[in-house]
Design a protein around this ligand. Structure first.
Ligand code: GDG
Length: 490
């Protein structure tokens, strides 16, 4: 907030994302508030709470319409509002084409190495473009000045930066791509590769989690566009407009609000053991994620199977609790994953379980953030085995939840978070045997070593928290705005 006042006096901040930070649903006639399971929301919401402004998002809850004013706005957080949420309504056809189709059956698998084939339909592309136009209109409606700072979020809005630039040429558009950017050859699969790169190059700043993803983008721009690439300053110039391409590793708020009011670790453990029916003296491993094929859930269950097969001493003592929040369930790849996960867990439970002992416990539902943190606090180890992940906030939340400095993080080397959390046990999720070995090592790790590793990781997340993520982008934007003013005056 201070940064905005000092460096960007009078600036107006707008956020655009698909997912809204607060969802109102009607349950048995009552309006119930829900916080979505989304890394993007987890990261940006604390920033908006601190800075104020307007967040524009798709209104997705069954009672969302009942809570907005005539201009489709609702002040949030409910009860203690600090910023405005503007909801945009999408028809089922728009939602199918733009969200399920182009974004989640096309761009999501295109950008992640997970061997799920991307699907590109002409009709989806037309809807995607049209929905991006609708959000561009919403930005213009919400902007009270001609030079707002617009934070465009993610692969749902690749065309929006250019559309905003055309409507509000003086806007500062900071676009953040929350998922990996693939190498140029992979990206060239996309039938609309030029349009997508052109759309993104309407941004003033384009951010990715890692340097590696920035380089992949520069490579694609170089290969497919008539643009000038300045590798030293990491920028792309197209049609006289320069876009900075920078790495801003995303993070979480510190201290996390979901940690406030948590019971001591021993009580969290007892609560989780009771709620999920785990053995009282169990060694507990946990996983928490959206039920997505990029997160490597099956690979983790294979590793648990291997651990119990090769280390029978853990049978009866070790349990794996998977909290998985259903997501995009309408799509074939997602419903198939859910079914296969349930089947595989049953198979492994039949192999290694016995009366009163179920090694794998699945909790397939939405969990509120405080419950997620309680689960983290109950765990001896947390497994993040993404096949590919832009960053992965679960890894950072687990570390943040452990103010007792105990617990071991087993982390995929294919998650952006592994660049920063190098004291985790880094694994290759495709290598079942070595993942099982890492779990065994985690279960045997001394409390002293756990403390040392956890201490370093907590320092890292504390320092590189989400406010710093946002501040670095805004400081870069402030600098570019000042420079533009000087150049305009000269
Ligand atoms: C994308 C990128 C990048 C999970 N289950 C529940 C629940 N969660 C919360 C977690 C965490 C968030 O959802 C998941 O964040 P991730 O970062 O792990 O993953 P994505 O959603 O795929 O996020 C990712 C991120 O964007 C940010 O840039 O890190 O790489 O893929 O906060 O705690 N939350 C609740 N109930 C659940 O059941 N409330």
């Amino acid at each position: 907030h201070r940064l905005l006042m000092e460096e960007l006096p009078g600036a107006e901040v707008l956020v655009v994302s698909n997912r809204e930070p607060y969802i109102h649903n009607r349950v048995d006639g009552e309006i119930v508030l829900q916080r979505p399971a989304s890394g993007l929301v987890s990261a940006l919401e604390p920033v908006m709470r601190a800075c104020g402004g307007t967040w524009i998002a798709h209104g997705s809850g069954s009672a969302d319409r009942d809570t907005v004013d005539r201009n489709d706005r609702v002040p949030v957080p409910p009860g203690d509002p600090t910023y405005m949420l503007r909801r945009v309504w999408l028809s089922d056809e728009e939602q199918d084409g733009y969200y399920y189709g182009l974004a989640n059956e096309g761009l999501w698998p295109l950008c992640h190495i997970s061997f799920v084939r991307p699907i590109f339909r002409d009709e989806d592309w037309r809807r995607y473009r049209a929905v991006n136009e609708r959000f561009a209109d919403a930005v213009v409606q919400e902007a009270s000045r001609d030079d707002p700072i617009v934070l465009v979020q993610d692969y749902h809005f690749a065309l929006l930066p250019r559309m905003i630039r055309e409507r509000l040429p003086r806007a500062t558009v900071i676009t953040f791509w929350h998922i990996p950017w693939p190498n140029a050859e992979t990206f060239s699969i996309c039938p609309w590769r030029e349009e997508i790169i052109d759309g993104l190059l309407g941004s003033t700043i384009l951010g990715f989690h890692t340097r590696f993803h920035c380089n992949n983008f520069l490579e694609a721009a170089d290969r497919f566009m008539e643009s000038r690439i300045d590798r030293e300053h990491a920028s792309v110039t197209l049609g006289g407009h320069e876009t900075m391409v920078r790495a801003y590793p995303i993070s979480i708020e510190w201290p996390p609000s979901a940690l406030a009011g948590q019971a001591p670790v021993a009580e969290c453990r007892a609560a989780v053991i009771g709620r999920f029916g785990l053995p009282p003296d169990a060694h507990i491993a946990v996983g928490v994620e959206r039920f997505d094929y990029t997160k490597g859930l099956l690979d983790r269950i294979h590793a648990v199977d291997d651990l119990l097969g090769t280390h029978p001493e853990w049978r009866g003592k070790f349990v794996y609790l998977q909290a998985a929040s259903p997501t995009r369930s309408k799509l074939g790849a997602y419903s198939a994953l859910q079914a296969e996960t349930v089947r595989l867990a049953e198979e492994v439970n039949a192999r290694h379980g016995r009366d009163g002992y179920t090694p794998i416990v699945l909790s397939i539902r939405h969990h509120e953030p405080t419950e997620v943190f309680e689960i983290f606090r109950a765990a001896d180890l947390c497994i993040v085995s993404s096949l590919h992940d832009g960053m992965n906030l679960v890894a950072k939340e687990f570390v943040a939840a452990r103010d007792d400095e105990q617990g071991v993080l087993v982390l995929s080397g294919f998650a952006g978070a592994s660049r920063e959390l190098s004291e985790a046990l880094i694994v290759n999720p495709y290598d079942t045997r070595s993942m099982a070995a890492a779990m065994d090592a985690a279960l045997r790790m001394s409390t002293a070593e756990q403390r040392e590793r956890m201490h370093l990781m907590r320092d890292m997340v504390r320092q590189r928290n989400v406010y710093r993520w946002a501040a670095q982008m805004l400081l870069d934007a402030a600098r570019l705005r000042k420079r533009a003013r000087i150049l305009a005056g000269a």
